[in-house]
Design a protein around this ligand. Structure first.
Ligand SMILES: [Zn+2]
Length: 182
C-alpha cells in the first residue's frame, strides 16, 4: 500500500502490461469494426426508451449519467444538451435553441419511437441567472419555483405537440441530489 511503481512490467497485472494494453486496443478496434456490419435489424432491438434534456453545465454531467445508470437506462436514452435545459427551449432571446430542441425531439420520436422526455434542470444554473437575474436565487424555495414555472411550461408545450408523451421533470443539485417537480 502506498508504494510507488517498481518500474517493471513484470509485476503489473496482465491488463496493465504494454502487450496486454495493445492487445486489448486491437481487440476493441476489431469489435468496433465488426459492429459497423451488424445488420440494422439486429441493432433495432436496442432502441432508446426516452430522451433526456439537460444543461451543458460540467458539474452535472456525471450526475445525469449516474442517474440514468441507476435507473438501468444507460445506453437507452437519447440526450440533448442545451444551456439552461427547459429555459433554453423557452428563451425568446435565443429562439434557435428552442428550434434545435423541437427538431431533435421530432427526430428522436421518428427514428427511435421514444415515449418519454425527461427534463433535468439544475440548481445554481448560470443560464437561469443570466435570463432571470439573481433574485430567483434568494432562497431555495424561490429557485425551485422559477424552475418549476419553466419546466411545467415546457411540459405543457411538449404535451400540446405529443399528446401521449410522458414528461418527467427533475431539478438536480450540483451535488447530484434530485427533486421531482410537478
Ligand atoms: Zn445550467
Amino acid at each position: 500500500m502506498g508504494q510507488s511503481c517498481c518500474g517493471s512490467s513484470d509485476h503489473l497485472p496482465g491488463d496493465l502490461t504494454r502487450r496486454g494494453f495493445v492487445h486489448k486496443l486491437a481487440l476493441g478496434a476489431g469489435v468496433a469494426l465488426f459492429s459497423n456490419f451488424i445488420p440494422s435489424v439486429a441493432r433495432a432491438t436496442n432502441k432508446p426508451e426516452c430522451m433526456v434534456l439537460s444543461c451543458l453545465d460540467f458539474r452535472v454531467m456525471d450526475d445525469v449519467a449516474n442517474l440514468m445508470w441507476g435507473r438501468k437506462l444507460h445506453n437507452k436514452y437519447d440526450h440533448i444538451v442545451l444551456a439552461g435545459a427547459s429555459l433554453a427551449v423557452l428563451n425568446d432571446a435565443a429562439p434557435a435553441w428552442g428550434t434545435t430542441f423541437w427538431d431533435h425531439l421530432a427526430l428522436s420520436v421518428a427514428e427511435h419511437g421514444i415515449k418519454k422526455v425527461i427534463v433535468i434542470d439544475h440548481r445554481d444554473c448560470a443560464a437561469y441567472k443570466a435570463v432571470l437575474g439573481p433574485n430567483h436565487l434568494k432562497t431555495r424555495q424561490t429557485e425551485t419555483e422559477a424552475h418549476t414555472m419553466m419546466m411545467t411550461r415546457l411540459r405543457d408545450f411538449i404535451k400540446a405537440r405529443y399528446g401521449t408523451m410522458e414528461v418527467e421533470l427533475l431539478l438536480m443539485g450540483v451535488d447530484g441530489k434530485t427533486d421531482k417537480i410537478g
